[in-house]
Design a binder for this molecule. Structure first.
Ligand SMILES: NC(=O)c1ccc[n+]([C@@H]2O[C@H](COP(=O)([O-])OP(=O)(O)OC[C@H]3O[C@@H](n4cnc5c(N)ncnc54)[C@H](OP(=O)(O)O)[C@@H]3O)[C@@H](O)[C@H]2O)c1
Length: 357
């Protein structure tokens, strides 16, 4: 996704060949820096595809900063379902350069910037998103990303929350506002409302004054989804609750954001009214089946200055809460992946890399 690539199907293509072109901090002849930077850093990386145990701590060069890039001292990195698919190789194509530092998003401080960087300053607190970043991922003490893939953290989020919500926030907001165009009074189903994208999407839909129905399985997930503002919660993993959904939306669903695929989703989609809309981020598998009379669109969360500015406003409007189910230190990145593989994650899993706020 450079700054704007998919965390999903279309993103898989980019796994090829674009991994890890790394230099050292010493190469930054044109960059401005906050302080003398180390030349080496700790990073959680893989030497080959495989189970969570292949993700281990490495000592690697601090990435160099290109003219349009910033170097971020990472405070928190988000951990996502797609990271696990990159780690096990199922979303990878073509040759990948190892060691491969995982992690698509996070938050921290700008400690160096390229000569052509204008928007961001040294010491800014930033959040960032870069899929298969050529300079390496966010499971590291430092990451170099294009300026367009980073923005100042909005008031209302600390670095832990921001690091756990950059890609999921962009994806949730763009699904609700841009792809579905949710409007006041509409009945919207967030399918997978207790997960990383869903917990944010339901809050963005509420902010549009829609009536939000969220799916969640189990008492804890249902309680979370209700606490975050869902008007109704159904357990999409039970037949009875899918029937209950019919009674909750007797005139049909206006819009559905699908964050998981399969037969349960298909049953819910049969309740979408004629002319209704269904959206899902690429990566949802199996992909929802096309339906006559329903507008159906797959999309990718995109990063850029405009996208982050809009997300910052939406965070304030929604008074966004970012549920984080587990926080692991960098050295336990493999455990974080094992947690993702267990499933039933309520909100996001994160890696805490630095303690400074
Ligand atoms: N293309 C992009 O830009 C982009 C960006 C972000 C995410 N994504 C994709 O979006 C999807 C969601 O991401 P996420 O991070 O929110 O995932 P997540 O945290 O794992 O959440 C998935 C949600 O779906 C539910 N779910 C899973 N399987 C289900 C099933 N068979 N029936 C009913 N509910 C089910 C889960 O509930 P349970 O607790 O019951 O399992 C959970 O609430 C992933 O496929 C990811 O790859 C794509």
């Amino acid at each position: 996704m450079s700054a704007t690539r998919a965390t999903g199907r279309t993103g898989r293509r980019t796994v090829r060949a674009r991994a890890a072109a790394r230099g050292t901090a010493r190469a930054q002849t044109t960059a401005r820096t906050a302080e003398a930077l180390p030349t080496a850093m700790k990073a959680a990386a893989i030497e080959r595809f495989g189970p969570p145990s292949v993700l281990t701590l490495h000592e690697l060069p601090v990435p160099s900063v290109g003219p349009t890039e910033v170097l971020i001292a990472v405070h928190t990195a988000g951990v996502g379902y797609w990271d696990a698919r990159i780690r096990d190789g199922s979303w990878a194509e073509g040759p990948v350069r190892f060691p491969l530092v995982l992690g698509t998003d996070g938050a921290g401080f700008v400690v160096a910037k390229g000569a052509r960087v204008r928007r961001l300053r040294i010491r800014d607190r930033v959040w960032a998103y870069a899929y298969m970043n050529p300079k390496g991922g966010f499971y590291a003490e430092y990451v170099a990303v294009g300026e367009r893939g980073a923005a100042r953290v909005p008031a209302g989020l600390d670095l832990l929350q921001a690091g756990a919500s950059a890609v999921t926030g962009l994806t949730a907001l763009q699904g609700i506002d841009d792809v579905l165009g949710v409007r006041r009074g509409e009945t919207v189903l967030v399918f997978g409302a207790s997960g990383a994208v869903g917990t944010l999407a339901l809050q963005f839909a509420r902010r549009r004054k829609a009536r939000v129905i969220g799916t969640a399985s189990g008492a804890n997930a249902a309680a979370l989804v209700r606490r975050l503002g869902a008007d109704e919660v159904v357990d999409a993993r039970t037949d009875e609750d899918v029937e209950r959904l019919r009674s909750l939306a007797p005139e049909g669903l206006d819009a559905v954001l699908a964050l998981a695929g399969g037969e349960r989703l298909e049953r819910c989609l049969s309740l979408v009214r004629a002319g209704g809309r269904v959206a899902w981020p690429n990566g949802v598998e199996p992909e929802p089946r096309r339906r006559r009379g329903v507008v159906m669109r797959a999309y990718d969360g995109a990063a850029g200055p405009r996208e982050f500015a809009r997300l910052g406003r939406a965070v304030a409007e929604a008074r966004l809460r970012v549920p984080i189910t587990n926080v692991f230190p960098l050295v336990e990145a493999a455990e974080a992946h094992a947690r993702i593989e267990e499933g039933h994650v309520l909100g996001r899993v994160a890696l805490r890399i630095r303690s400074r706020r």
